[in-house]
Design a protein around this ligand. Structure first.
Ligand code: NDP
Ligand code: 8X3
Length: 253
């Protein structure tokens, strides 16, 4: 496989799916992962039909280390030549003050956003050592500021920020670049998941301004992945123009 390979977690929707499209359209072979097998198969068909690249779908839950290991170990050797890992799978679950938070929502966020990112990184870093590759972690503006009712989600994204810094230090000897991209509000399935299927509440998040589109983040990830070997973009915050940070907005009434 002569073309570079990108490994994207959470490619069944939102940023991950847009990254798969962006990298495939630029000649990357793409490993797409997520729990929804049908969506993975559809995306594989779509991308292979449209671009001269190969797509490897891997169905697994990032919260389950054994499942991560089984899926990643099952990859044919050709596919282990990973140049870029995009740790994107993640979610917010629930929106309440800390005293009213739901324990299982907390577990879901911590297990997915923090432990899942660590599990996949642990398994893919050996490949990146061989390719002198790059890790792109998707954080959030919630990694930089804490907002009311954001508590545990913000905690997990602050952890992604810290882990990105830690990876950058520890992986220096291997020439592995580590980039963290911290998006503000983007209209994906994110809020539908956070509000547990309540479409009205989800829609309300994006009213009165133009949110980011998933493609904006995909473009940014692709830019970061295509800098010359001596350049590493460490940390980027990208918001809608109407959003200054996790707390300050200008919304039209
Ligand atoms: P989406 O809900 O649209 O997509 C989330 C993706 O993550 C899906 O492909 C989903 O796949 C995958 N995923 C979730 N849980 C798991 C799991 N346990 N195992 C494997 N895959 C999982 O959200 P976004 O695209 O918006 O979010 C992507 C990342 O960006 C997340 O880390 C999020 O926190 C972050 N982010 C989002 C922002 C936004 O406003 N949208 C802003 C800042 C950061 P499946 O369900 O098939 O498993
Ligand atoms: C997602 C954006 O503002 O809901 O990370 O935290 S926000």
């Amino acid at each position: 496989m002569l073309n570079p390979i990108v490994f994207i977690t959470g490619a069944t929707a939102g940023f991950g799916k847009a990254c798969a499209e962006k990298f495939a359209s630029n000649g990357y072979h793409v490993i797409i992962t997520g729990r929804r097998k049908e969506r993975l198969n559809e995306l594989q068909e779509e991308l292979e039909g449209r671009y001269a690249v190969e797509v490897l779908p891997l169905e697994f839950d990032v919260r389950d280390f054994h499942a991560c290991r089984k899926a990643i170990n099952s990859m044919p050797d050709d596919w282990k030549n990973v140049a870029v890992l995009i740790n994107n799978a993640g979610l917010a679950m629930g929106f309440s003050t800390i005293d009213e938070g739901d324990i299982s929502d907390w577990d879901t966020m911590i297990d997915t956003n923090v432990k899942g990112l660590l599990y996949v990184s642990k398994l893919v870093i050996p490949f990146l050592k061989d390719t002198k590759g790059q890790i792109i972690n998707i954080g959030s503006t919630a990694a930089k500021d804490v907002y009311p009712k954001g508590n545990v989600y913000c905690g997990t994204k602050h952890a992604v920020d810290a882990l990105s810094q830690a990876m950058r230090i520890d992986l220096l000897p291997y020439g592995i670049k580590v980039t963290a991209i911290h998006p503000g509000a983007a209209e994906t399935e994110f809020s539908v998941v956070r509000f547990k299927g309540d479409q009205d509440k989800a829609k309300h998040v994006y009213e009165g301004y133009e949110p980011l589109h998933a493609e904006d983040i995909a473009e940014t990830a692709y830019f970061c992945a295509t800098r010359p070997p001596h350049v590493c973009i460490n940390d980027l915050v990208i918001t809608p123009t109407a959003q200054a940070n996790a707390l300050h907005w200008y919304k039209q009434p």
